[in-house]
Design a protein around this ligand. Structure first.
Ligand code: PMP
Length: 351
C-alpha cells in the first residue's frame, strides 16, 4: 500500500449513519425519515420513467427539476442547485465555498457530517458551543471566519433559530458564505429561502428526504445567488456530471407538485410530535422544544443507552449519542400516530 493510501485509511474519520436494519418488522424511529409514503403522484412519475427511458442518460443539468424548485420558491432556476441528497450538496458547498484561509464555523452540537467534510477537504474549522439551552447565539458568530454553516432547525436538538437571527448572522458576515442547512425546516420553521434574493452570501440547503418522504431516492438542493450556484455547478461537473438519475428527477418533480399531500403529511407529523412531547413531559423526561420531525429528550434517572436497548427489545429503534454534553439524550423520530401509541406504551412499560 502506498504511504498516501495508508495515511488516508488512518486519518479520515468517516461519518457513521444511523443503523438501517435489514428487517421490516421494526418501528424505525432512528434516522428521521418520514413515517408516511411519498405522494401517490411520485409512484406514477416513477412508473412512467420505467418504460423506455432508463437506457438513456438523464439531463445532466436536471433543468426541469431546477425549474420546479425555482417556481416553488419564487427564484430563478439559475439560483437552484440539485444534488444526490443534501449530503452531496453540502459536500460540494464545503468544497466550493468554504475552503478559505480562515477557519469555518459551526455549532457544537450540530450535524456530525460537518467535521467529516472538513477532514476530507482539509478545511480548518472552529466549533462554537451552543448556549446552555442548546441555542445558537448569533453574536457568537461575529468573529473572523472563512464561512459559517449550521442546520436550522439544529440537529440533533431540533431547536429552531428565528429568521431575524439568521439574517443577523448573514449581515454581520457579509464577506463569508453562510450555509443554512434546512433539512428539517418544513416541520414548523420559516425557511430562509426568500432571503437569498437579498443576500448574495447566503446559501440555503434543503432535502426531499424528510418532509417529502423520498430519503430512498436521494435528492437535495440549494438556493442561492447565481454566483454561488455557479461555483457548486463547477464542482459538480468536475466530479459527476449526472448526479441525479431519471427516477430521482421525475420523483422529486412529482413530490413538489403535490402540495396538498405534502402539507397534510407535515401537519400529521407536527401533531404527533406534540402528542409525544406531552407524553414525555408527563413522564418526567426533559424535552428540548423541537421544530423538526424528531424530539431530543432525556430522562433524569435512566441512561439513554438503557432506554434505547430496552426499546429495541420491543422492536422500536431510536438513536442515542455518545458525545460529551448530549450523552444522556435520546433522539426519537416522529412516527405515525399508531407507531407513537406503541412507543408510548413501550416507554410506560420500561419506566
Ligand atoms: N442535514 C442534516 C442536518 C441532516 O440531519 C441530514 C440527514 N441525516 C442531512 C442534511 C442529509 O440528508 P439527505 O442527504 O438525505 O438529504
Amino acid at each position: 500500500m502506498s504511504q498516501y493510501w495508508s495515511q488516508l485509511v488512518h486519518t479520515l474519520t468517516p461519518y457513521v449513519p444511523g443503523e438501517q436494519p435489514k428487517v421490516d418488522n421494526l418501528i424505525k424511529l432512528n434516522t428521521n425519515e418520514s413515517p408516511y409514503p411519498p405522494s401517490p403522484l411520485v409512484l406514477n412519475a416513477l412508473t412512467n420513467q420505467l418504460n423506455d427511458k432508463l437506457r438513456l442518460y438523464p439531463d445532466p443539468s436536471s433543468e426541469d427539476l431546477k425549474q420546479s424548485i425555482a417556481t416553488y420558491y419564487g427564484v430563478e432556476s439559475r439560483q437552484v442547485f440539485v444534488g444526490n441528497g443534501s449530503d452531496e450538496v453540502l459536500a460540494h458547498a464545503f468544497m466550493a465555498l468554504l475552503k478559505q484561509d480562515k477557519p469555518i464555523l459551526f455549532p457544537d452540537i450540530s450535524y456530525s457530517f460537518y467535521p467529516v467534510y472538513c477532514g476530507l477537504y482539509e478545511i480548518d474549522h472552529q466549533t462554537i458551543p451552543l448556549t446552555d439551552a442548546f441555542e445558537i447565539n448569533p453574536a457568537d458568530y461575529n468573529i473572523e471566519n472563512g464561512g459559517i454553516i449550521f442546520p436550522n432547525p439544529n440537529a440533533p436538538t431540533g431547536r429552531l433559530l428565528p429568521l431575524q437571527a439568521i439574517e443577523q448572522i448573514v449581515q454581520q458576515n457579509a464577506s463569508s458564505v453562510v450555509v443554512v442547512d434546512e433539512a428539517y425546516i418544513d416541520f414548523g420553521g420559516e425557511s430562509a429561502a426568500q432571503l437569498v434574493k437579498r443576500y448574495p452570501n447566503l446559501l440555503v440547503v434543503q432535502t426531499f428526504s424528510k418532509s417529502r418522504a423520498l430519503a430512498g431516492l436521494r435528492v437535495g438542493f440549494a438556493l442561492g445567488d447565481s454566483a454561488l450556484i455557479e461555483g457548486l455547478e463547477r464542482v459538480k461537473n468536475s466530479f459527476n456530471s449526472y448526479p441525479l438519475d431519471r427516477l430521482a428527477t421525475a420523483g422529486a418533480i412529482a413530490a413538489i407538485e403535490d402540495e396538498a399531500y405534502f402539507k397534510q403529511s407535515c401537519e400529521k407529523i407536527i401533531s404527533t410530535r406534540d402528542t409525544l412531547t406531552q407524553f414525555l413531559e408527563d413522564n418526567g423526561f426533559e424535552v428540548i422544544p423541537s421544530a423538526a420531525n424528531f424530539v431530543f429528550t432525556k430522562h433524569p434517572q435512566m441512561q439513554a443507552e438503557d432506554i434505547a436497548q430496552q426499546l429495541r427489545k420491543k422492536a422500536i429503534i431510536v438513536r442515542y449519542f455518545n458525545k460529551p454534553r448530549i450523552d444522556q439524550y435520546l433522539r426519537i423520530t416522529i412516527g405515525t400516530e399508531q407507531e407513537n401509541t406503541q412507543l408510548c406504551q413501550a416507554l410506560t412499560d420500561i419506566l
